[in-house]
Design a protein around this ligand. Structure first.
Ligand SMILES: [Zn+2]
Length: 576
């Protein structure tokens, strides 16, 4: 009878060099599968890891013993032993797969299979995910702290990709703002992009995904993720390769969930510089006369997001901030103005209300004060009570044109005598989209169309309309300059009128028809005429002017700007 030591010695001496090499191969394969696949699988689905590891070790030991003890005389014996080793190791893996596949903790799509085509499929899917799913953005809060990127196989990683994709698509579309909010339908959220001031529907997604994306952006801006109702506002700095973007992150509870708004580069939202204000020459002369006699109240009329703040800043820059005391009262400062004191009223903060702040500033008799908003009657009355002979006050109201601006002002004050006495001028703005100069299309307008628009047929030979496509190598392609919208950028169209004693009388009497007639007599272009001139010079299209002029008229004056434009007018529009 041979003892084990002598068997071992015989084995070690007699075995040829290639046999141990061949024998070790199944162990390497098995070891890799156990540690890289089976143990990870057990850990992922909370299976009894320890028990399974003992099992694997036992199987491994048995196989090893067999390998060491196997009879080595003759090739037949070796291969039989080799087969047994492979069977034991394979059996370990198959047993693991069969038992764990029946475990309810393991979802069906994660069941283990020995079908190798599925393995390669899975590996390819993972490689694809790695290729497609790379976090591209660097997201930092205002204090420069970095928002970490989750591990690639963590579920949070997919949220990160979705959040990045929402933002990058908005950037690629040249959007100034992207909003994510309930889409009206059950459990569905939709993105809305604002491109050149026009709201455009973007992708929709299940509410559960949208909420995670909203939470990610809130976390990036260091906002309280658990606060789902109260309005929150923060800031993120985003780096996308070389490109850097700042975004104001706001969230608020709305019906059916939450609304997230990312406003890109808020300081650039101020659209025009004073030297390029865009008033027609006669209007600019009128405005300069208004500025040169700095007393009384000038109404600044515009729609929310309609260029009103830009206009206010531009008008203020016509005043000399170094020799005069110029101040603003704003809800949020969109651009820092040199030499001008900008007072911010925060609706969320404890402190005086808007009218009280206005009164305290006006009492100090500043030379020029501009209010970015007249939120209520109290504020309007404070303006009227200020010394109109010593101060120039600019009061911004929500209205689509000069006449509607005056109507809104009078209604806000609620006292015809007071409101009329204070009024010294009105300037109104609206924004039209600029045609993309890369793809705009020239055409010959029909004579009756020109007649309808009041344009001289002998002078206007061509007009332009939006294109959206360019021809490259005979094939039409989406215009790269405007991403196919046909427009790029916005332009202000204005009305500007001085208000003198005669107009004040008409205001007091509420005689709007006569006032309109009187203003027309001044040979100053109306807003529509100003817009048509910009169509004639190819800046914009008739289609765009029609769209802008058909927008809702005179919404009711209110405090904070609504994020969504009101659908219906609350006040009667001035009769044309
Ligand atoms: Zn274009």
């Amino acid at each position: 009878m041979l003892g084990i030591p002598s068997l071992l010695a015989d084995g070690l001496i007699l075995v040829s060099f290639w046999k141990p090499v061949v024998l070790i191969l199944p162990f390497i394969g098995w070891g890799w599968i156990v540690t890289r696949v089976l143990d990870k699988h057990a850990a992922r689905f909370f299976l009894p890891r320890e028990m399974w590891n003992i099992g694997h070790m036992t199987a491994g030991l048995v196989a090893l013993l067999l390998a060491v003890l196997m009879p080595v005389e003759g090739e037949g014996g070796f291969w039989a032993g080799f087969g047994a080793v492979v069977l034991i190791l394979l059996g370990d893996i198959v047993l693991f797969a069969q038992i764990t596949n029946k475990d309810e903790r393991v979802p069906e799509q994660f069941h283990l299979t020995l079908d190798f085509s599925k393995w390669t499929e899975a590996r390819k899917a993972k490689a694809d995910a790695k290729k497609a799913g790379k976090a591209e953005l660097v997201i930092r809060a205002a204090d420069k702290s970095l928002l970490g990127v989750p591990a690639i196989d963590a579920p949070e990683f997919q949220v990160r990709l979705a959040a990045e994709s929402l933002l990058m698509r908005a950037m690629d579309a040249r959007a100034s703002q992207v909003e994510l909010a309930p889409a009206g339908k059950e459990n569905l959220y939709g993105a809305v992009l604002t491109i050149d001031g026009v709201r455009t529907a973007g992708a929709t997604m299940p509410a559960s995904d949208a909420v995670k994306i909203i939470d990610l952006w809130k976390a990036g801006a260091k906002l309280d993720v658990n606060e789902r109702r109260k309005p929150l506002q923060g800031e993120v700095n985003i780096e996308r390769g070389e490109r850097k973007v700042k975004a104001r992150v706001s969230s608020v509870g709305v019906q059916g969930g939450m609304r997230l708004t990312l406003l890109f580069n808020p300081d650039q939202a101020v659209r025009f510089k004073p030297d390029k204000l865009g008033l027609l020459e006669a209007q600019m002369n009128e405005l300069r006369e208004i500025v040169a006699d700095p007393k009384g109240t000038v109404i600044l009329a515009g729609m929310p997001d309609g260029g009103r703040t830009s206009m206010m800043y531009s008008v203020l820059k016509l005043h000399d901030a170094y020799t005069t005391n110029v101040q603003t009262i704003e809800l949020d400062v969109q651009d820092a103005l040199e030499g001008i004191r900008q007072n911010v009223w925060d609706p969320m903060a404890e402190g005086p209300d808007f009218s009280t702040l206005t009164r305290s500033i006006l009492r100090r008799d500043p030379d020029v004060v501009a209010l970015a908003e007249v939120p209520d009657q109290n504020t309007a009355k404070e303006i009227c009570k200020a010394d109109q002979e010593r101060s120039r006050i600019y009061a911004s109201v929500k209205a689509p044109n000069a006449l509607a601006g005056l109507q809104t002002w009078m209604k806000l004050v609620g006292d015809a005598e007071m409101g009329a006495k204070a009024a010294h001028g009105v300037v109104a703005v609206r924004l039209v989209r600029r045609l993309c100069s890369n793809c705009r299309v020239q055409y010959q307008p029909a004579p009756d169309m020109l007649k309808k628009l009041g344009l001289p047929a002998d002078k206007v030979k061509v007009l332009y309309k939006k294109g959206g496509q360019v021809i490259l190598k005979k094939d039409p392609e989406t215009c790269p300059a405007c991403q196919g919208t046909g427009y790029a950028g916005q332009e202000g169209i204005f009305e500007a009128y001085k208000i003198g004693p005669a107009e004040q009388e008409l205001l007091k009497a509420g005689d709007w028809n006569t006032l309109r007639t009187e203003l027309r007599k001044r040979q100053l272009p109306s807003m529509q005429q100003a817009a048509l001139r910009k169509a004639v010079d190819g800046t914009t299209s008739i289609e765009e002017i029609t769209r802008v002029m058909a927008e809702p008229q005179s919404p009711a004056p209110a405090g904070a700007q609504p994020a969504v434009k009101p659908a219906a007018s609350a006040q009667p529009a001035p009769k044309k």
